[in-house]
Design a protein around this ligand. Structure first.
Ligand SMILES: C=C1C[C@]23C[C@@]1(O)CC[C@H]2[C@@]12CC[C@H](O)[C@@](C)(C(=O)O1)[C@H]2[C@@H]3C(=O)O
Ligand SMILES: O=C(O)CCC(=O)C(=O)O
Ligand SMILES: [Fe+2]
Length: 336
């Protein structure tokens, strides 16, 4: 028998949430575009981080040819038979996962690879020898992380500069640190063309959430699905753009700027017609680092909106929450 297409994620979808197609009808909000080669970039970045917590960059100097090759290599992994992929799982939290997101019962129409880039946690990544993950994929992911981290540092330095922090490196040093607790996730949302036609609803690929780290850098192929919250009750569809990188403000950056920059809720709706592949680098602080408003940002006499915590404390707390929970509210002073 010739297998023309294999079910990339196994059978039953009954437990995955759906949303009405109407909810996905995008409000016309322009996604801010920042040209990194322009002198006014830092002002535009900070404006976008205050308004939406989200923007995309052009003229970023990362080779798109390399990124496309990495994407094909990742797709080769996702096309492997399920038992081969399962050798790299279950995610704990790192490794291959299918439908299950995190440890607390969240599910979505997604399969993924999640790796830590923190050398101290490397032993928790799937071992490169027995997993179905090719050596080429490992090497390319590492090279990608280095390039994207550098771009994230450049952006964080512009933010520090614009907000008049004490040094340009006040933020970037945290993710340049050898002990930076960062990770990379490759998400694959298989195509499922019949669903929308049959039910008029779309499957939730990755439920709504904020990213806990400082900043996330997202790149996807040209399949749609990503939506961001406008801060109110509306979802804004983000038109895919495979030549750019999207930046997402994380909870830690919201705290370090005492709420000036805001972490944005986002989700992926698996629209079904085309498979979506996204790669997200999450830039996090070292585990022992205090996540607290930074000097230079605060006005005289201004108090922190948050209790003091380390990244380790925040991360441990985050991993006890469901994906859509408001994790920061647990640390908000007004909450007590
Ligand atoms: C449900 C969960 C998945 C998550 C850990 C958590 O308990 C809550 C935060 C989730 C999140 C969202 C952003 C990133 O994709 C992620 C890797 C992260 O750091 O926080 C995931 C976690 C995960 O998938 O393990
Ligand atoms: O796949 C995407 O486009 C977004 C995924 C995401 O938000 C995440 O992995 O945290
Ligand atoms: Fe996210």
């Amino acid at each position: 028998m010739v297998v023309l297409s294999q079910p990339i994620v196994d059978g039953n979808i009954a437990h995955i949430k759906t949303c009405k197609m109407a909810a996905t009808a995008a409000k016309a909000v322009a996604i801010p575009v920042v040209d990194l080669s322009q002198s006014g970039a830092k002002t535009l970045i900070v404006e976008a981080c205050r308004d939406l917590g989200f923007f995309k960059v052009i003229n970023h100097r990362i080779s798109m040819d390399f990124v496309t090759r990495l994407e094909s290599e990742a797709l080769k992994f996702f096309k492997l038979p399920a038992p081969e992929k399962a050798k790299s799982g279950p995610p704990n939290p790192f490794g291959y996962g299918s439908k299950v997101i995190g440890p607390n019962g969240d599910v979505g129409w997604v399969e993924y690879l999640l790796f830590s880039t923190n050398p101290d946690l490397a032993s928790r990544n799937p071992s490169s020898t027995a997993t179905g993950i090719s050596l080429t994929l490992w090497e390319m992911v590492n090279e990608y992380v280095s390039a994207v981290r550098e771009m994230a540092c450049e952006v964080l330095e512009m933010i520090a500069d614009e907000l008049e922090m004490t040094t340009r490196e006040a933020l970037s040093r945290l993710i340049r640190d050898r002990k930076s607790d960062s990770c990379i996730r490759i998400n694959h949302y298989p195509a499922r063309p019949s669903l929308r036609a049959l039910t008029g609803r779309s499957l939730i690929g990755f439920g709504e959430h904020t990213d806990p780290q400082i900043i996330s850098v997202l790149r996807s192929n040209d399949a749609s699905g990503l939506q961001i919250s406008d801060g109110g009750s509306r979802w804004v569809a983000v038109p895919p753009d495979d030549a750019t990188f999207f930046f997402i403000v994380g909870d830690s950056l919201q705290v370090m700027t005492n709420g000036r920059l805001r972490s944005v809720r986002h989700r992926v709706v698996a629209e079904g017609a085309r498979a979506r592949l996204s790669m997200v680098y999450f830039g996090g602080a070292p585990l022992t680092e205090k996540i607290t408003p930074l000097e230079g940002v605060m006005e005289e006499g201004e108090e922190s909106l948050y209790e003091e915590f380390t990244w380790r404390e925040y991360k441990e707390s985050a991993y006890k929450t469901r994906l859509g929970d408001d994790r920061l509210s647990l640390f908000q002073k007004s909450a007590q």
